[in-house]
Design a binder for this molecule. Structure first.
Ligand code: SAM
Length: 270
């Protein structure tokens, strides 16, 4: 359905609902709000503004390799290797097609085994990160800059999708929309692996506290969103994903090391 017919459809539904519920005055008010929203200028999503600011400041303050590592959370080589080991553990095989959503500066792309001949697509919102990631990856890896709430790929085209430390910076509603579209892009039996922070784990509490401290002293903090396991369970049910496993960040070791963030592994049913 085109955007125009979506707008017309939603307009018609609003008119019918308002007339049913509150008569002409309610209809008038609802229409005013509807047109104000539709005609107001769209700004960038908060995540573009947040990351743009952060990455610009890092590039200004640090040598490029350090800036590019800090931009994705630091420990470039160590965390990249853990992410790779996680994917191997959950089924990454030679010649598979994998989508690295929020690929950043290429921490994972750099660590993937070249001999696996992976059909890799990294997606991110910032040119600076993507351009650096390209310099750290095999020439056949593809990168896409994308700033919308969707996955810009064909349906049933990926064996695996991962999103490491991405939903930690998004609103629940945004993550839900991405997960829904990731299901469309996954092949049947394909897996989605994503990391998250949760209140239930004492190790994640300092992340929350530091955001609280920033808020307290009036620094507008970057979004550090927590997702509880109970929420992921509900999302998986609603989106008809099979929830294969959820892993506490500091419990399970991959090749002897923990990621720190917790993990959810979902499968698109056959
Ligand atoms: C903490 S970094 C993690 C990067 C990478 N996944 C890794 O583990 O090295 C988060 C990344 O998500 C990207 N990002 C944030 N919001 C996004 C969105 N809505 N769509 C795609 N990428 C996004 C950021 O630009 C950043 O590169």
């Amino acid at each position: 359905m085109s955007n125009f017919s979506k707008v017309i459809g939603s307009f018609r539904n609003k008119v019918i609902r308002s007339l049913k519920n509150g008569g002409f005055i309610s209809l008038y008010r609802q229409l005013k709000v509807f047109f104000l929203i539709k005609t107001s200028k769209k700004t960038e999503f908060h995540f573009v503004q947040d990351y743009q600011k952060r990455v610009k400041n890092l590039i200004r303050s640090y040598p490029i390799d350090e800036a590019m590592s800090l931009a994705v959370g630091g420990n470039y080589f160590e965390i990249g290797n853990i992410e790779k080991d996680i994917l191997l553990q959950y089924g990454l095989k030679p010649n598979m097609s994998i989508v690295d959503y929020g690929c950043g500066s290429g921490r994972l792309a750099h660590a993937l085994p070249i001999e696996y001949n992976i059909n890799y697509i990294g997606i991110d919102i910032l040119d600076e990160l993507i351009n650096y990631a390209k310099t750290k990856s095999p020439a056949n890896y593809k990168f896409i800059k994308h700033r919308k709430l969707s996955v810009p790929l064909n349906s049933e085209s990926a064996d695996m999708i991962c999103a490491f430390s991405v939903f930690t910076h998004l609103l629940h509603e945004e993550s839900y929309i991405y997960i829904e579209d990731m299901k469309r892009v996954l092949k049947k039996g394909g897996k989605l692996v994503f990391s998250f922070c949760e209140f239930g784990l004492p190790e994640h509490w300092p992340v929350f506290l530091s955001t609280v401290d920033n808020q307290r002293i009036g620094i507008l903090p970057d979004l550090n969103t927590f997702i509880e396991k109970s929420v992921i369970k509900i999302w998986a049910e609603r989106l008809e994903f099979k929830l294969l496993e959820m892993v506490d960040g500091n419990n399970k070791k991959f090749n002897g090391k923990c990621l720190g963030q917790s993990l959810a592994i979902l499968e698109k049913p056959e």
